[in-house]
Structure formats: C-alpha cells, structure tokens
Design a protein around this ligand. Structure first.
Ligand SMILES: NC(=O)c1ccc[n+]([C@@H]2O[C@H](COP(=O)([O-])OP(=O)(O)OC[C@H]3O[C@@H](n4cnc5c(N)ncnc54)[C@H](OP(=O)(O)O)[C@@H]3O)[C@@H](O)[C@H]2O)c1
Length: 424
C-alpha cells in the first residue's frame, strides 16, 4: 500500500477490525505486507507490514498480488499505477483525479496485462456506486444519473440553507470542522465533482473518460438570497453532477441545481453523498452514504480487494463508445431560475415576460416582492425571480443577454439551472 494518510490508515484499521468477515468473504486472508509513504508515522500500527519511503520502488515489486495507491495527487500516483500494471500487478486506488484524467490509458493497460484496476473508493467514498453501475445495473441502459458527489460543497450549501449563512461563513465553518481544505478550490469550484462525474459517465454510457468535456461550475456565487427564493418556489439548491443520454449525445455537467424539495436527493444534507441513477429497467435507484472519511473510504477499498482475492473482480469492458458524442453545455436543456435586479417600475416584468415568450420560453413560477435600495444610486429596485420550463441553454443565454441590456435591469442577472430529476 502506498500512502499512510486518512484512507490508508482506515484500510489498516478496518482490515484489522474486520479480519474474520473479510477473510471469510475473500476466501483467504488479505495481508498488507509492504507499506510505503513519505513519512513513517510511529503511532500507526502497521501490523506485519514492512515500511519504506520509496513508493515507486514498491510499485515496481514483482512479488505482490495487488498495489493499493492511496497517496492522492496526480503525477506520482499515476506512475505508481502504471508501474504496477506494467508488471501485471493489479491495482486498487481511491484516486479520482488519476482515473478521470488517465482512465482510458490505465484501463486499457489493465485489460492488455490481464489484471484488475479497482477504483470503488474514487467516487462517493463508501457508496458502492461503481459496483452498482458495472454489476448490479448491468442489465440496464442508463438514461441519466445525478449525484451529490462532493461532501464539502454539500456541507456548505446545507449550512447556507438551514442556518442562513453566507457562502464565506459556511466555508469557514467547513474548514474549522476539517471538511474543507485550507485551499478549497478543488471542492468548491466543482473540479473534484467533475472528476467523479467523468468516471460515472464513462461507466454509465461507455463514453470513455472525458474530463475535458464535463462542464463545471462551482458554488461560490450562490447566495443565501437565492437559496431563500428557491425555497419559496419549492426547491433546494444542490451541487449536482448530472450525466444524461439524449438523442443528440451525452450531457455531463457539474453545477448548482434547483431540485424539487420532494425529491429524496434534495434532502441529503451535510457531508453526505448520494447518487440517483435512472435505468430503463430498474427505474430510479438512489444510493446514499458517507462520501469521505478514513473508515468509510476504506470500506470501498477493501471491497475491491475482496473481489480481487476471491477472483470475482470485474474490469469494466471497453469504455470508449465513439458513437456517442458529448454535448457542449450550450446544447443541453434544463429549466432555469433567473433573479433579475430591476428598477421598481411598472411594466418591467411584462417586458421580461415578452422577451421570454418570443423565444417560446414559458414561465413556471415567479416572485416579485420586497423592495430594496441600491446603496450606490439610492434607487429603489426589486428582484424579479422567474422559474422557466425546459429550454436549450443557447436559447436561454440569448434571452438573458437581451434582458440584461434592458435599461430597467440594474445589476447582473443570476442564472441557475433547474432539474426535476424525473423522466417526464
Ligand atoms: N479522505 C477521504 O475521505 C477520501 C475519500 C475517497 C477517496 N480519497 C482519495 O484517496 C486518496 C488518499 O486520500 P487521503 O485523504 O488518505 O490523503 P492524505 O490523508 O493526504 O494521505 C496521503 C498519504 O500519502 C502520502 N504521500 C503523499 N504524496 C506522497 C508522495 N509523493 N510520496 C510518498 N508518499 C506520499 C502522505 O504522506 P504524509 O503523511 O507524509 O503527508 C500521506 O501519508 C486520494 O486520492 C483521495 O482523493 C480520499
């Protein structure tokens, strides 16, 4: 095993605590014989494993059945995985970045070398979503899936929703509790979720791992005001990764999304993760659980090890289905939430409604209420909040540009996507 951090220590502990059930299910004992990491941690019980600081040397050893990569990051981790596979040694990793960015090469290499590359821990921690997509739902054509796949963002949005906190305040709280890194960019900008969605889309639709084609938006622009308006309209704002098969191609996008409160996934809060999958035979199935944490992630790592030990490990089949295009976000469709700061004058709403109807965009709901005063101009303004029915993003962008240029619109329009998460 390479690494001796949160997840690696979880693997050590769970392998030790659950040795009886794991041995029984694996049909043999799983022994951690070698551990390599940057630093030895004297307070960590390594059991019978020998320790070294040379992770690359470990990855090149020829006497191992499996190398577990848990150092994180990209370059060295990729080298470890490559080295092991080139040696015909199977690999288990929790590294979403490496799988999302190099999955085509690495799965191809594993197939060529006749070994296994397991990455259950790379998406949504303890949740067995890789097994669900590659095994349990194997008889389905997946229509779409949507997931809360970044616990940090979900924690922040939940704190903003339940406690009315600002984004900055909720982020500071997440950092204080250890749910967010000192530099939270990878989480709050949606990059981590995009890595995970890349993997889910590759498995669900056979598109190959195409991170560059995943549209990514984070949560830092979300305001307590928008969360409040969404609530009044019957929605909650969740940071979702959505992948959907359409006639024109596959959509893969990560962004804040208004989800109807009645949907179970809208109520998955805090650091919990959840993935909703719609298969054409199974219908909707929802998987939820801990998306992070040493022991929870170790649960997924060990699941891969057990599959390997008992000889039932399944390498996803050829994942590059070139007949499916990935759709640019402008060609995707969704409903929209618009918050338009406008002068408090009669007729503004009618002008906006006319511009929308000229493009055949119908309004599902609207709010126009409290007056506010612009602190710079001292003018009275009102936010016009509109929820639209489904429309193509390119069309919506055109209308937003028109509305934005109305003289009565006094600030930047906020635009969020709405998804009913249903087939109808
Ligand atoms: N944390 C979670 O809940 C979670 C959940 C699912 C998946 N994952 C994934 O699992 C992997 C490990 O995450 P983690 O949270 O356990 O990370 P972590 O706590 O930062 O642990 C990383 C470990 O690897 C060592 N390391 C890092 N770079 C190294 C290098 N170049 N050479 C040698 N050793 C190196 C570190 O050494 P030092 O101790 O000396 O720094 C540390 O022991 C990541 O890919 C992560 O995305 C994590």
């Amino acid at each position: 095993m390479c690494g001796l951090g949160t997840v690696a220590q979880g693997v050590l502990n769970v392998l030790r605590d659950n040795v009886d059930v794991i041995t029984q299910r694996a049909g043999r004992e799983i022994l951690l014989t070698q551990i390599a990491s940057r630093n030895l941690k004297p307070d960590v019980n390594l059991g019978m494993a020998e320790f070294s600081t040379d992770v690359l040397a470990l990855s090149k050893r020829k006497d191992l059945d499996v190398v577990v990569e848990l150092i994180g990051g990209e370059e060295t981790a990729l080298e470890i995985v490559r080295n092991a596979l080139l040696n015909r040694t199977s690999v288990v990793t929790g590294n979403k970045a490496v799988v999302a960015l190099h999955g085509n090469e690495l799965l191809g290499l594993a197939r060529e070398q006749g070994c296994y590359l397991g990455f259950e821990a790379a998406v949504a921690g303890a949740i067995p979503i890789i097994a669900a997509l590659t095994r349990s739902l194997a008889g389905n054509r997946v229509d779409w899936l949507a997931g809360i796949i970044n616990g940090t963002s979900n924690f922040i949005l939940t704190a903003m929703t339940e406690e009315g906190r600002s984004f900055d305040d909720a982020l500071a709280e997440a950092q204080r509790l250890g749910y967010a890194e000192a530099d939270p960019t990878v989480d709050v900008a949606g990059i981590d979720a995009a890595h995970k969605l890349t993997i889910l889309a590759a498995l669900a639709f056979g598109t190959g791992f195409r991170f560059a084609d995943v549209y990514t938006e984070g949560i830092s622009e979300i305001t307590a005001e928008d969360i409040n308006y969404a609530g009044q309209l019957g929605y909650r704002i969740k940071h979702l990764g959505i992948a959907r098969r359409t006639e024109a191609g596959v959509e893969a996008r990560v962004h804040p999304t208004l989800v109807p409160k009645r949907q179970l996934i809208a109520n998955i809060d805090g650091v919990m993760n959840a993935v909703l999958v719609h298969g054409n035979a199974a219908g909707p199935t929802l998987y939820c659980g801990a998306g992070a944490g040493g022991r929870a992630s170790a649960s997924a790592v060990i699941a891969d090890l057990v599959e390997l030990a008992r000889g039932t490990a399944y390498l996803p089949l050829e994942t590059s289905n070139t007949s499916l295009d990935m759709l640019p976000v402008e060609d995707t469709q969704s409903g929209y939430y618009l918050r338009i700061p406008s002068l408090d004058q009669p007729g503004v709403f009618a002008k906006v409604a006319t511009l929308l109807s000229e493009r055949n965009i119908s309004i599902e709901a609207a709010i126009q209420r409290e007056q506010a005063i612009n602190t710079q101009s001292q003018e009275a303004w009102v936010p016009i909040v509109i929820l639209t029915h489904t429309v193509t993003e390119r069309v919506m962008n055109g209308v937003i540009a028109q509305v934005q240029s109305l003289p009565e619109v006094v600030g930047k329009i906020t635009r969020l996507r709405v998804d009913q998460l249903s087939n109808g």
